[in-house]
Design a protein around this ligand. Structure first.
Ligand code: PEP
Ligand code: MN
Length: 328
């Protein structure tokens, strides 16, 4: 639990912070104004103090005791995350399809995939220039050159672009081309990366760690928001279960909780959950029924030749029948 202190418009944040510190409060800035009012989160290990003493500090307008540990995330409840000028993902927005190849392999492959995504009613191209691979000998992506292919293919087909940032070293290059920056499952709690990506101001697609609780997931989102991310779209991609036949267990309870109770933006990735293409369509239907605001699906113009995740890639024809009619 956190206490949130909001200041009057025009109050001096430094003076207020000093006064709060004098009361034994560990005050962390929550926003730097940004057109709104400055605010501080008081860390849980601050000294216990009666709210009246906080209100007595000159410049303090409001004290919200017992707020969740993610006050910035809470401001996104019930709101869709704007991703491009024309597209938002989340509560109140039509379900979206984000699709593309696991890895961008060549300009031709990326363009063919983008054409298939557009034909299937997709809103965003999703493909990786940088791939996190369990084996160091597996295809790890083409790198920077692929970012250009992805952006050009998305533009040519009127799609937005979501692509993964794997390392702090690539944050600027990825944020330059991506409308939505993906943080992969393995990096969900890489707080330095979350902060560096957040600082670009891009919205973030935050995949769930394979063994992460919902609370850890929400707090990871708070890290990105605290650094400046303009919204977080959660992506459930399956958690470590007991049976490898369906690879990761798609946690639809988590989807319903985040989407319908927390009212946060959530998409589901049935491809990495199941690891096999024959389960992608049924899991997609289940995800939408559970409240998901979109689907993140892998497709490849020629799945048999895919350099990564071919077994779960849908053909363009299968992708075309994935979204329920009528399409957005
Ligand atoms: C991916 O989206 O390409 C990927 C590697 O997924 P995850 O991070 O969920 O394993
Ligand atoms: Mn993949």
């Amino acid at each position: 639990m956190t206490t949130v202190v909001t200041l009057h418009q025009g109050a001096d944040p430094q003076a207020v912070r000093a006064a709060l510190q004098a009361l034994g409060q560990w005050a962390q800035p929550l926003s730097d104004g940004d057109g709104g009012r400055a605010a501080f989160a008081l860390a849980a290990h601050s000294q216990p103090v009666a709210p009246a003493r906080l209100y007595a500090v000159t410049g303090v307008a409001e004290v919200l005791a017992g707020s969740s540990g993610h006050p910035l995330l809470d401001t996104w409840r019930g709101r869709a995350v704007p991703v491009t000028e024309r597209l938002a993902v989340g509560p109140g927005a039509a379900p979206v399809l984000l699709a593309g190849p696991c890895g961008a392999e060549s300009a031709a492959q990326v363009h063919a995939a983008a054409a298939a995504v557009a034909a299937a009613g997709g809103a965003m191209l999703r493909g990786g220039a940088y791939k996190p691979r369990t084996s160091p000998y597996a295809f790890a992506g083409v790198g920077r050159q692929a970012l250009t292919w992805l952006r050009q293919a998305a533009d040519r087909h009127g799609l937005g672009l979501v692509t993964e940032c794997l390392s702090e070293a690539d944050v600027d290059a990825v944020a330059d081309v991506a409308d939505l920056v993906q943080i992969g499952s393995r990096n969900m709690q890489n707080f330095a990366l979350l902060r560096a990506v957040g600082a670009t101001g891009r919205p973030v697609l935050l995949k769930r760690g394979a063994a992460s609780t919902l609370s850890e997931w929400r707090l990871a989102a708070e890290h990105a928001l605290a650094a400046g991310a303009k919204g977080v779209v959660f992506c459930e991609r399956g958690i470590r279960g007991l049976d490898p036949e369906t690879r990761n267990t798609l946690d639809l309870g988590a989807v319903a909780l985040l989407a319908l109770v927390d009212e946060l933006a959530v998409v589901v990735d049935p491809s990495h959950a199941a690891g096999r293409r024959d389960l992608v369509a049924p899991l997609s239907r289940a995800a939408l029924a559970a409240g998901a605001h979109g689907l993140l699906v892998e497709t490849h113009p020629d799945p048999a030749s895919a350099r990564s995740d071919g077994a779960q890639a849908l053909s363009p024809a299968a992708l075309a029948t994935l979204l329920p009619e009528p399409r957005p």
